[in-house]
Design a protein around this ligand. Structure first.
Ligand code: TXA
Ligand code: MG
Length: 312
């Protein structure tokens, strides 16, 4: 059900779980100091307990509640990118609940850039907020997506369609050199430019001891099979969605969209397209292969999310 921000504040204070908008995707918020409330988000999502959550802040003063660490680049990063889609990983204080960090000795922090949510957080204090989808489903970018996954009873604050549409960049400040565990709208180049150090995106993931446990699980998958479009493809199935950005879709492709080089728009719409394809019972999604990731700042994130939803 759609609720007003004031009601969300009341519910979060009572230890309940509420979906809130952010600039990236909707999150399932719970009071970060309430272990029972945080556990409830894992239960609702069907999320493995060793996959830690991001703590969402509304004031930089709250950082010190979660970590004693102050890498000298942190103030620069926070000044440049907060509020915004950058999550930083730091060593946690012992008082941070284990349920939040999945038992790790680090904690993920971010300050979302969404006015309604920041006003809510100003009143509730920090909340944990995983993406408000059932585990394994595409992240929600509209209130209706949240209701589709959890049913009408789940309280959702309507903040419109998320501007970015892909989850935040996760930057690990506990490793040497610093590394991006999950690419997002804030690029490696932007971070490098800000702190004057070269930053890379973690490429291969060791399945047994991944640094970011979330990368181990299936993600972002619609029911339809997702594949890269092959220009030599002989048969163009009818019950399929075609996503193009550079070339023109073949005439036989009845359900097609063309982004005309606007990769930010494609990023914003991707999960909605996945969910729409499922609703329309299309069984395949074909996406035109993306160009060199250097050519647009959103491309590494887009490539990463699509690649992880591709059927093999
Ligand atoms: O944009 C976002 O970040 C959204 C919105 C709602 O803020 N949230 C989000 O949360 O994407 P979630 O839980 O769906 O993804 C969090 C990711 C997971 O891959 C998790 O493993 C990683 O962050 N993560 C969280 N805490 C971590 C930690 N201490 N060390 C390494 N990775 C961590
Ligand atoms: Mg998620």
């Amino acid at each position: 059900m759609i609720i007003e921000p004031d009601k969300a504040v009341e519910l979060i204070r009572k230890g309940e779980v509420v979906a809130i908008p952010t600039e990236t995707v909707y999150g399932l918020a719970a009071d970060a100091g309430n272990a029972i409330a945080v556990k409830q988000t894992f239960k609702l999502k069907g999320r493995p307990p060793d996959n830690p959550l991001i703590v969402h802040l509304s004031d930089i003063k709250q950082i010190s509640r979660f970590t004693n660490e102050q890498p000298f680049e942190l103030p620069k990063l926070v000044k440049e990118f907060w509020p915004g889609p950058l999550t930083v990983i730091l060593h946690k204080k012992s008082s941070v609940l284990d349920v939040v960090t999945g038992g790790l000795n680090t904690v993920a922090l971010r300050m979302p850039d969404h006015e309604i949510t920041r006003e809510i957080l100003d009143q509730t204090g920090p909340v944990t907020a995983p993406s408000a989808n059932r585990s394994g489903r595409p992240s929600p970018t509209r209130p209706q997506h949240v209701l589709d996954d959890f049913g009408e009873d789940l309280p959702v604050v309507d903040g419109g369609t998320c501007k970015i549409g892909l989850e935040s960049t996760v930057l690990d400040l506990t490793s040497d050199p610093y590394v991006i565990l999950r690419p997002g709208q804030i690029s490696a180049q932007q971070i490098s430019g800000c702190i004057g150090r070269k930053i890379t995106i973690q490429q291969s993931v060791d399945k047994n001891t991944p640094k970011s446990p979330g990368t181990r699980y299936t993600h972002y998958k619609p029911n339809a099979k997702v594949n890269w479009f092959d220009e030599n493809q002989q048969v163009v199935p009818e019950s399929a969605l075609y996503i193009f950005h550079t070339t023109t879709p073949p005439e036989e492709a009845s359900n097609s969209v063309q982004y005309d080089g606007d990769y930010s728009a494609l990023a914003r719409d991707l999960y909605d397209l996945y969910r729409t394809a499922d609703q329309k019972k299309w069984d395949r999604i074909f996406i035109e292969p993306l160009p060199d990731p250097e050519s647009d700042f959103i491309l590494p994130a887009l490539q990463n999310r699509i690649e992880r939803s591709v059927s093999r």
